[in-house]
Design a protein around this ligand. Structure first.
Ligand code: CA
Length: 270
């Protein structure tokens, strides 16, 4: 004789399935996920819980271009931005996740994607990640190509790296977004794979620019003079308070836009 409990269990499962499905499609604004307090510590209530969140936005880098390691298993490092902010989606090759895990979802800059996964914080950012467990894969749905967002222009580097916990200005505002540093020149650092440059604007404000290994940017000659640099505005501040270490990650040599200067005589500004 069949147990009546089976019907109860089956009915319960059927009742629960649509609820889970609808819940997973609620889109959370990226800016909400990256909210912080005055110390730059994350304040998103869902952070580090077992709840999964869904964001929707535009891909601004190819997922393997910012990998900093060597060997076959590349990390998957994707930045996605919506109208409220930008977010990193991360899966590490070193624990068995990484780019190979997501190779079945081809992505290019300018694709609109929906990503559902766990949240975790690192270096002043709240990311979507797997918590370093390859069994916690996030889901990526490519919704189609809509085109690369216009980079947000930055003319004042000192203002751009200021910390504002309301995230209305400065580094928190730009974090995770595609930006364009305008009229800058290199004042420090070595043009080499993995190199960290310091660039300055005409007012003397400075910012760090990291030449990530997989970009192969230094395979091309170092640009001379004054130029613009497009890239992902990132934060990697691993110590509390997480209010500093904003840096730019250009994606390729094509992100260095030479001949774009509005400064007529740079020597007067050195
Ligand atoms: Ca931050």
């Amino acid at each position: 004789m069949k147990s009546p409990h089976r019907f109860v269990i089956a009915a319960t499962i059927l009742l629960c399935l649509p609820v889970v499905s609808v819940f997973s499609q609620v889109i959370t604004p990226i800016g909400d996920i990256n909210s912080v307090d005055e110390q730059g510590l994350p304040t998103f209530p869902g952070l580090q819980t077992s709840d999964k969140y869904t964001i929707e936005g535009i891909v601004i880098n190819e997922p393997t271009v910012f990998w900093g390691g060597s060997g076959e298993r590349a990390d998957f490092i994707l930045f996605v931005q919506d109208e409220t902010g930008g977010i990193q989606v991360y899966s590490g090759g070193w624990y068995g996740g990484g780019a190979l895990t997501y190779a079945d979802v081809p992505l290019q800059v300018g694709d609109r994607v929906r990503v559902t996964g766990l949240t975790g914080s690192f270096g002043g950012k709240t990311n979507i990640n797997e918590r370093h467990n390859k069994d916690q894969k996030f889901e990526i749905v490519n919704l189609g190509h809509v085109g690369e967002p216009t980079p947000m222009p930055i003319t004042d580097l000192a203002a751009a790296i200021q910390f504002d916990h309301t995230r209305q200005t400065g580094g928190e505002y730009y974090q995770g977004r595609l930006v364009e540093l305008q009229n800058v020149h290199i004042v420090d650092g070595v043009w080499e794979n993995g190199g960290m440059l310091t660039v300055a604007d005409p007012a003397g404000g400075t910012m760090q620019v990291e030449l990530r290994y997989s970009t192969k940017i230094p395979d091309s000659p170092q640009p001379e003079g004054i130029f613009n640099i497009v890239g992902v505005f990132n934060q990697e501040d691993t110590e509390t308070p997480h209010t500093e270490v904003y840096l730019l990650w250009p994606r390729s040599i094509a992100d260095f836009k030479t001949g774009a200067s509005a400064v007529e005589n740079w020597n007067l500004l050195k």
